[in-house]
Structure formats: C-alpha cells, structure tokens
Design a protein around this ligand. Structure first.
Ligand code: MG
Length: 203
C-alpha cells in the first residue's frame, strides 16, 4: 500500500556534493527543484517497469519528507518546527532521457518511477537521518542529512516561497553519490534510519 497521497511531489536535485560531482555537476547556487507526477507513485514490493524509451534507468535512494501541515511562505526556523513525517523514496530516473530532453519531466515521470514507503514516521530528528541503497543486497549509496548542501528546513522554506505545500505532499530531498543502473530482475532497497526498508523489484 502506498502510505502517502500527495497533491504533488517536489524533488530536490544535486543536494549532495559527491553526487553532483559524479555526474559532472557542481552544487546549485540555490536549491534545485523539480516535480514528479503523483501517477509515478509505487507501493513497497511493487515492480519498477523499465520503459522501452530508455536504455539507462537508474535508482536514486532518498530521504522523503512528508509535510503534515500546510506550509506557505514559512521561514527556515518555522519549517524546522513544522509537523513532518519521514519515509524512503526511490527517485527512479531515465538518465539518458534526462540528458537528451534537457528538462526532466519525462525522465523522472514514468509510471512506477516513485517507489515510496514502507511507512511514514513522525517525530524523527531531521538533523541525524541516514539513507542507504542496496541493489541485490550490495550497498551502493550511503548518505546523511548532515552532508546535504541544503538542509530540510531550508528546502521547505524555499519551496513554500514558490508553492503552498499541502498536508501529504512529498519532498524527496536528493540522492547521495553512488547512483547506477537498474536491470530486469534486480531487487532494489532504500533504507532510511528510523523508518525501515523500501523494497522493489524491476522488470
Ligand atoms: Mg533525485
């Protein structure tokens, strides 16, 4: 079961220096935001479907923030005290289409490209969260909120100065270094400390 029902999914790109560099980029001068459509959501244990349009589908394990109260034009301080939930997200990306299209709606927006779950946990300390990604049991990514270029309150304040965040909205906060390809038959796991493990298969 999908544990969230967001009106929108607002993602952060290039929020870890080592990941920005591994793809030949620098950190953005302000938070870099983009949208994934809610139609991309996939439940835990669901199957990520590799689309015929792409030859290079990659995982991006991320810490997901679930907004639990309406946020509009909030300060960084207020965002740090807002009611938040946390979950695991896989920001699945067709890397070849991301490069060729220039903007990212297609590359990030296929059905099944936003696995989320297995649950939403309130009351965790956003300063000390960790995320790990495993493919077929072997660890590929490990990141900590302490290593983010833009902290979770900074991200929420920034987004809320553009668009109102509604209860249930989902914010994948960026992926650490170590992204890589998915192939049919793979099992992919994203684990966030205090939340649990999001596990999906690939076909
Ligand atoms: Mg991402």
């Amino acid at each position: 079961m999908i544990p969230v029902k967001p009106s929108k999914i607002v993602c952060i790109g290039r929020n870890y220096l080592a990941h920005a560099r591994e793809l030949g980029n620098e950190l953005p001068p302000e938070p870099l935001i983009f949208l994934k459509p809610p139609s991309a959501l996939l439940a835990p244990e669901g199957t990520i479907l590799l689309p015929p349009q792409s030859q290079q589908v990659e995982y991006e394990g991320e810490i997901g923030v679930v907004v639990l109260e309406r946020l509009s034009h909030v300060s960084v301080e207020a965002a740090g005290e807002a009611r938040l939930g946390f979950t695991c997200v896989n920001d699945v990306t067709a890397r070849d289409l991301q490069k060729s299209d220039g903007q990212w709606s297609r590359a990030k927006g296929f059905d099944t490209f936003c696995p989320v779950g297995p649950r939403v946990v309130e009351g965790l300390d956003w300063r000390t969260l960790e995320v790990r990604t495993r493919v077929n049991g072997s660890e590929r990514q490990h990141g900590r909120t302490a290593d983010m270029a833009y902290s979770i309150p900074v991200i929420l304040s920034y987004i809320s100065s553009v668009m109102t965040l509604e209860p249930g909205d989902l914010i994948p906060t960026g992926t650490p270094a170590g992204v890589g390809r998915l192939a049919s038959g793979d099992t992919i796991e994203v684990e966030v400390s205090g939340v649990g493990i999001l596990r999906n298969s690939v076909r």
